[in-house]
Structure formats: structure tokens, C-alpha cells
Ligand binder design. Structure first.
Ligand code: C5P
Length: 237
């Protein structure tokens, strides 16, 4: 029997980081679908924790209680076939897919995700979920902290104006429009918090490729990443 003919394809890890609204979800899902890989939205995990914090009336500045909550919560993610809500999110069995996408949750997720105990718990969960490879993980620190040895690392970015336009279109479809100037302000504020924090700041990994989605279509980015994945497979043999 030939070992070569039945050797399973090696499953790789793809890290897609970048700021809010750069198109990470669309691209990460597209790449996962092309490769038959699992897609994981790590932002949904931090959002679920923020939702639970508010829901339980916990003071968002009470780091110790939120750190303990992160360890106790049962957060589950399930893929969904929807452009608006690509991931179904459950906390302790309650579905909160829609609830976690409000501007209020976006705003408090950012400071909550900067709590060191929160990151330790979330990063360990994410590493466990991606341990076998075959995963496209999107977030802010995947290529720097969660999987520093990821096979393909992309930092997807775009101008804040373009990103606010994308958010505006999403909120319009959801029936919860927000004035454009406020959207730009919210996005820039969140960027500053996410990249200025002490723990796992949002920065491109030294070996990440930086792609600007202002000048590229989502399909172009997906194709490019699938190509890098093929090259990484060949390198790994
Ligand atoms: O990706 P999304 O916009 O849903 O992420 C919400 C927030 O969660 C981000 O603004 C960031 O503060 C936090 N986050 C993080 N690390 C990740 C993913 C998200 O700190 N890996």
C-alpha cells in the first residue's frame, strides 16, 4: 500500500486581522468556503461576553468580576447562512446572534476585551478551537498572539470612511440606521482603543501581508489568500 496516495492533506491555519468594517468576515468566510475550512469570528466571543456583562448588570469597569465571568460563560458559535449574521452566537444556551451587533455592544466590547484576564481565557479557547488546523480565524490578535505560527497571515484594512460606509449599509438593512458622522467617529474611537491597549493591541504581525480593501474587491482578496494558502501547503510539503 502506498503511503503517498492516502496521506491526508495537511490542514493549515489562516489568520485574518484588522479593524472593524474592513471586510474581514466576508473574506474569512469566503476563504473558509473555498477550502472547506472552519470559519471562526473571535469578535463574536468578546461581544458575547460584553452582552452577558450588561445583561447581568455588572459594572463594565469591574475587571475582576468580568474576568471571572469570562471563565464561567458557555459561549458557543455556530455557522449560519446569512450575510448579515454569519455566525449564530449562544451564551449559556440563549441565542444572542442579533443582540450582540448593536452599537452599544460594539462600544463596550472594546474596553472589556482589553481586560488581561478576559484575553487569557478567550485566547486559550481560540487556540483550542484551532488546534487541529483547517481554520480561518478573524480578529485583532490572531496572527500576533493566538496563532503566531499561522501559515497565512493577513491584515485587512481600509479607510475609516469606507469602513463606515460598509457599517452604514449593514445598519440600514437591519433597520437601525445611525448618522454617518457618528459612525465614522465610533469606528475611529474603537480603532484607537483596540490599537492603543497594553495587552494584545491591534497591530499587524511582522510577517503579515497588509491588504487595503479600499482598492480590492472581496473576491480578489479571497483569491489572493487561497493562492497564499496553496503556496504555504507546498512549502510545508
Ligand atoms: O470584530 P468585531 O468588530 O466584532 O470585534 C468587536 C471588538 O472585539 C473589537 O472592537 C475588539 O475590541 C474586540 N476584539 C478583540 N480581539 C479579537 C477580536 C475582537 O479585542 N481577536
Amino acid at each position: 500500500m502506498s503511503n503517498l496516495s492516502c496521506a491526508p492533506a495537511r490542514l493549515l491555519t489562516i489568520a485574518i486581522d484588522g479593524p472593524a468594517g474592513a471586510g474581514k468576515s466576508t473574506v474569512a468566510r469566503g476563504v473558509a468556503a473555498r477550502l472547506g475550512y472552519t470559519y471562526l469570528d473571535t469578535g463574536a466571543m468578546y461581544r458575547a461576553l460584553a452582552w452577558a456583562t450588561l445583561n447581568r448588570g455588572i459594572d463594565p469597569t469591574d475587571h475582576a468580576t468580568i474576568g471571572a465571568l469570562a471563565r464561567q460563560l458557555d459561549i458557543r458559535l455556530q455557522p449560519a447562512d446569512s450575510e448579515l449574521h454569519p455566525t449564530r452566537v449562544f451564551v449559556d444556551g440563549i441565542e444572542i446572534t442579533h443582540e450582540i451587533r448593536t452599537p452599544e455592544i460594539s462600544a463596550i466590547t472594546s474596553p472589556i476585551s482589553a481586560i488581561p484576564e478576559v484575553r487569557t481565557t478567550m485566547v486559550a479557547l481560540q487556540q483550542e478551537m484551532g488546534a487541529r488546523g483547517g481554520i480561518v480565524m478573524e480578529g485583532r490578535d490572531i496572527g500576533t498572539v493566538v496563532f503566531p505560527n499561522a501559515d497565512v497571515k493577513v491584515f485587512l484594512t481600509a479607510s475609516s470612511h469606507r469602513r463606515a460606509e460598509r457599517r452604514a449599509a449593514e445598519l440600514e438593512v437591519r433597520g437601525t440606521p445611525i448618522p454617518f458622522a457618528q459612525l465614522v467617529r465610533d469606528i475611529e474611537e474603537r480603532d484607537q482603543r483596540d490599537s492603543g491597549r497594553d495587552v494584545a493591541p491591534m497591530v499587524p504581525a511582522a510577517d503579515a501581508v497588509i491588504l487595503d480593501s479600499d482598492s480590492l474587491s472581496a473576491d480578489d482578496v479571497v483569491q489572493q489568500i487561497v493562492h497564499w494558502h496553496r503556496e504555504a501547503e507546498q512549502r510545508r510539503g
